[in-house]
Design a protein around this ligand. Structure first.
Ligand SMILES: [Zn+2]
Ligand SMILES: [Zn+2]
Length: 781
């Protein structure tokens, strides 16, 4: 037990976060683990007057719910929308973004309504999930205004759908329904679609990668159909704080969009502590040191905070991890005071609603002091009024991180947020470069609407909705004409003087599954019952659903018994095992076309399309508690071929000569740089390291020189490699900094070792990678 003895108990809402962190650091060996403490001072509210055009009843409804005066960013966004400018409101969680679009849209609905209540200017609201649309419905209903609001989703009964179509003024739906129902059936929705004044795209940072490209085309189809029915809606988007929100919003809608980013909502003082677990005496692959697992570290910190009487929520990724953290914290607390052990609990998906409510009540009342939870909490369950939040491992995006940390902070009191780093390059970089997490965002929401694999099915769907004309081509981007010609050649579309027509009997919208990243879906089936537990993209199945894989689904672990690639089925059974599996793959790459490049002195950074052949060759089993590797099991899976996008960089022999690296050092240096750069790309592009892959070689046949490729893992590309190209200098500089700063001697999972390396992380040359990147970056522009 490392907690300091029970000291004076701070009263409710009077936590001194910096003092707390000091005490967490007091035990021997602990101080080094705190890599940064940032104190974000309390921010007072910046307010603005209600606009003169705002409907007095809407203003009164807000006032009755305690919003007497709006915050400045809400009014700036509302004014922009009111005057017809497309706008994206990108401010923090809980900054009241909804008022920014509700004020103009509810005002427009009420002021344009006919004398007998006929629908005037309506609003179409899109949320990435059904649950979020339901929350919004409740929030609007809660205003108690006379506005006809309805959700339209897969669960809506037929009579409700008809009422919505004929009468609703504010329709809440999702891109899936738009794609499958509203747009193909637009003739029936003509009066509604012709009346749309505002389209609200909420939580638009969710639309990224291949999904983002799909939604971008659904929105283009929506604009075209609205125009056909006489409407030209103004788009209002809401997003978490990301880099370049106006760029992402413009890509998503195909329109010029203004960004409002100055958050004027008030907040209490928050201290953010960045924490790096120490290296242990265990050794991993190639004799590398292994860092203490973040979950073990979290359990210790949770126990210490409970001893301090601080209400703490620890976010842990898997259910099993949650149980382990809660159990270990309770064991530690029992050593101090057996009564304290009972004040820690776990909270996860799979509990009954009444169990969940009891836990929430206990945490709110203070009977419980510590809780370990999965993200099931994010599914609309309300736990607030906490003093501290521990985030175990970076959750992948700043939005997710701040959403979790935002759970801490009671009115008037300080709050503590902690990030405990996992043993990977991204977490390592973040805890040593706090500006990346706390400063201006560098992470952009990326996707590529030009991906022909995505564009094709949407052009078919568009053609079935209304013939596609040459005037429509700019809407769908520069690649649209070529794709239309291919679709025509393939017999899916027919060219006539009035445009391209869909003449097939099928529903064209069935060609695109907007939630799938391409390829056939593989069903995950419970072996004993035949029940379908979930699905995985065909492209990911080799790596995540192979025989022997531990598949974590909603926090529960399943063991895959068999993967049938012909039947697209993986059979599994529920089993709690104490290890995780990681697939390893090897890849070969051929350059198809270089589309862009930057010359950096004699070096060159390029972006273009490539053919990748990729094979999953084995998997590692690793102990969850310690991170130790148990064994590596070979797999016999076929090669997958994929045409996709890549960013690559080359270093010619003349520049290599300056590095002083021996020829024999080059493969290891390039390989190490490749691994670490893949680990860091998610900092710049909202992707997962599993969405991308890499190839490095001391001499590539297509370039003739040393080349390192990082490619998208989806057919046609997802925008991640493109973002790497656009941010190449920052991205590769961060890669260099991560390798140089790592405390290991010859490379470890925190810097250059990759869990998915098909070559067993060999050869890797840590020092060589730094020298190679220095040579590349010397002339970076
Ligand atoms: Zn290292
Ligand atoms: Zn590798």
């Amino acid at each position: 037990m490392t907690a300091s003895p029970l000291t004076s108990r701070p009263g409710v809402g009077s936590v001194d976060p910096a003092g707390l962190v000091e005490r967490l650091c007091a035990p021997p060996g602990r101080a080094d683990r705190l890599t940064h403490l940032e104190r974000l001072p309390a921010r007072p509210a910046g307010t603005a007057d209600w606009p003169a055009w705002a409907d007095p009843e809407v203003v009164a409804a807000y006032a009755a719910r305690g919003v007497l005066v709006p915050w400045r960013h809400q009014v700036v966004a509302a004014e922009a929308a009111r005057s017809g400018h497309h706008v994206v409101l990108a401010t923090g969680t809980a900054s009241g973004k909804s008022l920014g679009y509700l004020l103009p849209s509810l005002t427009a609905i009420r002021e344009t309504r006919g004398p007998r209540g006929q629908r005037g200017a309506s609003t179409l609201y899109l949320a990435p999930t059904k649950a979020l649309a339901q929350d919004q419905l409740a929030a609007i209903d809660g205003l108690g205004l006379d506005v006809r609001v309805a959700t339209h989703d897969g669960d809506s009964p037929q009579e409700q759908r008809e009422w919505t179509r004929d009468h609703a003024e504010y329709v809440l739906t999702n891109p899936d329904m738009l794609h499958r129902s509203l747009l193909p059936g637009h003739a029936r929705w003509a009066r509604f679609l012709g009346s749309v004044r505002y389209v609200v795209v909420d939580e638009c940072h969710h639309y990224r990668g291949v999904f983002g490209a799909h939604v971008a085309h659904v929105l283009r189809r929506l604009r075209r159909v609205c125009a056909a029915h006489g409407a030209d809606p103004t788009f209002v988007l809401a997003s978490a704080t990301v880099a370049d929100p106006e760029v992402a919003a413009a890509r998503l809608t195909g329109l010029e969009v203004r960004a409002v980013t100055a958050d004027a909502s008030p907040r209490g003082e928050v201290a953010v502590a960045l924490w790096e677990p120490p290296l242990t005496s265990y050794t991993g692959e190639q004799g590398a040191p292994v860092r203490r697992p973040a979950s073990a570290e979290t359990a210790d910190l949770l126990a210490d905070l409970v001893v301090e009487d601080v209400r703490t929520l620890a976010f842990v990724r898997s259910r099993r991890g949650v149980e382990q953290v809660a159990q270990r914290a309770a064991d530690l607390l029992a050593e101090v005071d057996p009564a304290l052990a009972a004040r820690v609990a776990s909270y996860r998906g799979g509990y009954l609603p009444e169990e969940r409510r009891a836990l929430e009540d206990d945490l709110r009342s203070g009977r419980l002091l510590g809780m370990a939870a999965t993200n099931a909490l994010e599914l609309g369950i309300d736990v607030s009024g906490l003093d501290a939040v521990i985030v175990t491992g970076y959750p992948g995006t700043r939005a997710a991180f701040w959403q979790q940390v935002g759970r801490a902070g009671r009115s008037g009191g300080g709050a503590l947020g902690m990030l405990v780093a996992r043993d990977d390059p991204l977490d390592t970089y973040l805890v040593h470069h706090p500006e990346a997490l706390l400063g201006q965002p560098v992470e952009g929401t990326v996707f590529d609407p030009g991906n022909p694999y995505v564009l094709g099915p949407h052009l078919c769907a568009a053609a079935q909705e209304l013939p596609v004309t040459t005037a429509d081509l700019p809407l769908f981007g520069p690649g649209a004409r070529a794709v239309l010609d291919e679709l025509t050649a393939a017999g899916l579309l027919r060219r006539r003087p009035q445009g391209w027509f869909w003449t097939d009997r099928r529903r064209a919208s069935d060609l695109a599954d907007i939630r799938s990243a391409g390829g056939a879906q593989v069903q995950l089936v419970e072996a004993a019952t035949g029940r379908v537990v979930g699905t995985v993209d065909g492209g990911r199945a080799h790596a995540t659903a192979h025989r022997g894989a531990v598949y974590v689904h909603r926090g529960e672990s399943w063991l895959v018994e068999d993967l049938d690639l012909d039947g697209n089925v993986a059979t599994m059974r529920r089993e709690d095992v104490d290890y995780a599996t990681t697939a390893r793959d090897v890849a070969d790459i051929v350059i198809v076309e270089e589309r862009e490049h930057q010359a950096w002195g004699g070096c060159r950074v390029s972006f273009g399309s490539v053919d990748v052949s990729n094979q999953v060759t084995s998997y590692l089993r690793r102990r969850v508690r310690t991170g130790e590797v148990i064994d590596e099991v070979p797999l016999d899976l076929p090669v997958r071929s994929l045409r996709t996008s890549a960013v690559w960089w080359t270093v010619p022999d003349a520049v290599l000569a300056e590095t002083g690296l021996d020829r024999s050092d080059l493969p290891g240096a390039a390989h190490a740089a490749e691994h670490c750069s893949i680990g860091l790309l998610p900092l710049f592009a909202t992707c997962d390291r599993w969405d991308i892959g890499g190839v490095s070689t001391a001499r590539h046949p297509d370039t003739g020189v040393l080349t390192v490729f990082v490619h998208d893992g989806h057919p046609g590309g997802a925008g991640f490699a493109e973002r790497g190209y656009a941010t190449a200098r920052e991205w590769l500089s961060a890669t260099r900094a991560t390798i140089a700063a790592c405390e290991c001697v010859a490379g470890c999972p925190s810097c250059i070792q990759s869990p998915k390396c098909g070559n067993g992380n060999d050869p890797l040359d840590k020092e060589g990678a730094v020298r190679l990147l220095d040579a590349l970056l010397r002339h970076a522009s």
